[in-house]
Design a protein around this ligand. Structure first.
Ligand code: PLP
Length: 467
């Protein structure tokens, strides 16, 4: 009997409990075993599930009963107001990209690709192998499994020109996702109260990590071709910032990919100001019409701290990322990582390494390119046909999103809420701006479920905008 069977029995009992008055006795284990053709263990598992949900209570030797309502007084948390005081900084919470969808038929808000875009077979087989490996019972070194660190280093080394020194496994730290890496890097490289230059718009999670660490964000406008280089130069000169956080490949949310010339200009600026570029290569595997070319590959002197996530392309359940840094910066980040999370589960590292070193991985990434292209183009076409009021600067060369400018005067949050009432989830653009948004935007993710219904989804957006 599988856990699915206990889930099915629990579901049947939930319906039964819904109709029964409080204090009713549930059928005995033996009766449930007969009724569902399940083992006693499976039935017990279902009952445990219902107990943890607070739906039933068991009196040993007597039976299991539907729960009687407690006459508890409402909790009084008011003392916490005095204990906590007003927050020094408000970390944005509940971003649209992290919302689970409910019954809404159209979910274009999420930050994670649908299962059909993941290497499911490779991941499931890798978990099977990892369960039988020593990794299941040991801890990992703080910096990560040596083989996985070597893989991250060799991937970047392949993009490194002959004139630069390629990274080695020693330069790599394995992290439990890049989100942790952002807080750690901001803390170790910038520090509380000091300036960090960011593109505007930029990833909401980077804004949240910066708030958490207490760094002062310095926004620089960024469009479909990347950041405005003159504004960036002015920001470095004006603030004395020693770090710039950016997405040179397929920026989230705009989808911009920097030209090689812009990349050179930014690297020169960063070097001239004795600063770090914190390069978040979040969409490395999501090239559509181009390939991601990390700027870190062109840096030999430790100016670029490179973050490379596997979460979105391997599986959201395998939260593993690599951070590549050189010199004392690497040691500081490692010390912070040890203080924060000690090490990443070796099982997850093992699974990640297993997946990315199979021949099937390359085949998967090539197939993904075609699948993303078909989805991107389908959404672009649906948008043009049914919601032409929303302006797309150009189809992104990679990534998972379309970034749309709404007509002047539109309220992005209001539009998102109206779409949601009609069954369409989208992400209001305000969350990606470190300061006031210069105009209303929304982000549509084309890697979610039901791409065959993009036209229906865009009809909803079109009619909400027309209203
Ligand atoms: C730009 C960017 N950086 C980092 C992350 C976080 O990635 P991870 O899942 O590796 O923590 C995301 C996730 O949405 C992202 O979009």
């Amino acid at each position: 009997m599988t856990d699915d069977s206990s889930g099915r029995i629990a579901a049947a009992l939930r319906a039964w409990i819904g109709d029964a008055p409080p204090g009713s006795r549930l059928p005995s284990t033996r009766a449930l075993v007969t009724e569902h053709g399940a083992s006693p263990v499976t039935v017990q598992r279902a009952l445990t599930l219902l107990r943890t949900e607070g739906l039933v209570e068991t009196s040993p030797g007597v039976g299991t009963f539907t729960r009687r309502p407690r006459e508890a007084r409402p909790s009084d948390f008011s003392w916490q107001t005095g204990a906590l005081g007003a927050p020094a900084r408000r970390i944005p919470s509940s971003p649209a990209a992290l919302r689970s969808s409910g019954d809404e038929p159209f979910a274009l808000h999420s930050g994670y690709p649908d299962v059909e875009l993941l290497p499911e077979r490779l991941v499931r087989a890798a978990f099977g192998r990892a369960a039988r490996h020593d990794a299941a019972m040991r801890r990992a070194p703080s910096a990560g499994l040596p083989e996985l660190r070597a893989w991250f280093a060799s991937e970047l080394a392949q993009a490194t020109p002959r004139s630069a020194t390629p990274p080695t496994a020693r330069d790599v730290l394995v992290l439990p996702g890049t989100q942790t890496g952002l807080s750690t890097a901001f803390h170790a490289l910038v520090g509380s109260g000091r300036p960090l230059i960011v593109e505007s718009p930029t990833y909401w999670g980077a804004i949240a990590a910066a708030e958490r660490v207490g760094v002062e964000l310095v926004p620089v406008p960024s469009g479909p071709d990347g950041p405005d280089i003159d504004e960036l130069a002015r920001a470095f000169a004006r603030t004395g910032a020693r770090a710039f956080y950016a997405h040179p490949n397929y920026a989230n949310p705009t989808g911009a990919q920097w030209s090689p010339a812009l990349g050179d200009q930014v690297l020169d600026l960063v070097a001239a100001h004795g600063a770090f570029l914190i390069e978040d290569d979040w969409a490395h595997d999501f090239g559509i019409t181009t390939d991601a070319t990390p700027l870190a590959a062109r840096d030999g002197d430790g100016h670029v701290v490179y973050l490379r996530s596997l979460t979105k392309s391997v599986s959201p359940a395998v939260r593993v990322a690599g951070l590549i840094a050189r010199g004392p910066a690497r040691d500081r980040i490692l010390a912070e990582t040890q203080a924060e999370s000690m090490y990443v589960s070796p099982v997850l590292q093992h699974v990640a390494l297993d997946v990315v070193t199979r021949p099937g991985w390359g085949t998967h990434v090539r197939g993904l390119r075609a699948a993303l292209r078909a989805r991107r183009d389908a959404l672009v076409d649906a948008l043009a046909a049914h919601a032409p009021q929303a302006h797309l600067a150009s189809p992104p060369p990679g990534g998972l999103n379309l970034w749309l400018r709404l007509p002047d005067g539109a309220d992005a949050r209001h539009i998102a809420a109206s779409c949601e009432r009609r069954g369409l989830l989208i992400a209001p653009g305000d969350e990606w701006f470190p300061a006031e948004p210069p105009g209303p935007h929304v982000r549509l993710n084309f890697s979610g479920p039901a791409p065959d219904r993009f036209a229906d989804a865009m009809r909803i957006l079109g009619s909400v905008l027309a209203d």
